[in-house]
Design a binder for this molecule. Sequence first.
Ligand code: HEM
Length: 338
Amino acid sequence: MSTPQSIITRKTSSSVFLVLTINDGGEGTVRDALAELPDLSSAVGSRAPEAALAAIVGIGSAAWDRLYSGPRPRSLRPFTELVGGKHTAPATPGDLLIHIKADRMDLCYEVGQRLTQRLGAAVTTVDEVHGFRYFDLRDLIGFVDGTENPVGQDAVDAITVGDEDPDFAGGSYVVIQRYVTDFADWEALSVEDQEKAIGRTKLENIEMADDVKPANSHIALNVITDDDGNEIDILRDNMPYGDISGSGEKGTFYIAYSSGPDVSEQMLRNMFIGEPEGNYDRLLDFTTAVTGGQFFVPTSDFLSDPPEAPDPAELGATAADSEPAPRSDGSLGIGSLR
Ligand code: HEM
């Protein structure tokens, strides 16, 4: 199997998330810049090895066909909008996801700015989020996030494509959503009610017993099991982000890697539509998804030595067919971005 990108690192204290669209005619530059990313990341990371720098790139469904000829990852498809009775998970534009993480923001910045300089006019940034560690790995809502993540070989198994898609073995799928939290409403809840929304205690981070945990708690809706009753894991790397003053947006940047999109999609259906339908995730009454995207993360070897570019005559149809349609008001549909 070829070398995966460095998704599995210890939890770092800083992240940068860039969501980009590829401009018409920018495909060649993007291919070249992505091929150089593993070396760029190693070069910057070598100046502070203790900071565990990693730069991971994911490629969206429509963008894949614009960048690479040959087979495509078997389960790569666009993020699907989910409209529940009360809450919606929107699908928003994004051809590339760049996830940079390290214990030092300067390293994330250095990789991000060198990469975007190299990409130049070939791309448009639709979302840029700088995430930070908040105390003992808490979200801004005050709960520890990431506790139930798989570790060691379980983490590798949870996120790695295997023999089911041999051309892309070693790759992963990734889902992102940026959430904006209403802290006035959240903080108006008692700690006990906050704990019921999550399904864990706030201070000690202990999971509630099954007979106490509400059916609409975040935890109850996000434990997915296979036919034998074994839990199916994904690997989350969420980060808090936000403006401090005024009415600036703040909340959680949700990001989760998996070996296929089915489990993440099931979790999202449980949260937004509800399981059973109508029993939606109580957390959503306080935090709103404003973006949504799904990407494939090829191996490092694939990125550095990609297949031929597609025949330009065949470009066009696929991109328009499979990405979310632009909104009629000309907005990107991401908060206040136009
Ligand atoms: C604002 C957004 C979100 C916040 C603040 C949040 C927060 C949390 C917290 C505090 C936990 C408990 C500790 C832990 O195991 O990590 C948790 C667990 C979890 N969350 Fe989220 N989460 C968010 C969005 C999502 C989304 C969108 C998904 C899936 C589509 C998801 C999937 C999970 C899973 C699978 C668990 C572990 C369940 C278990 O095995 O106990 N989360 N989340």
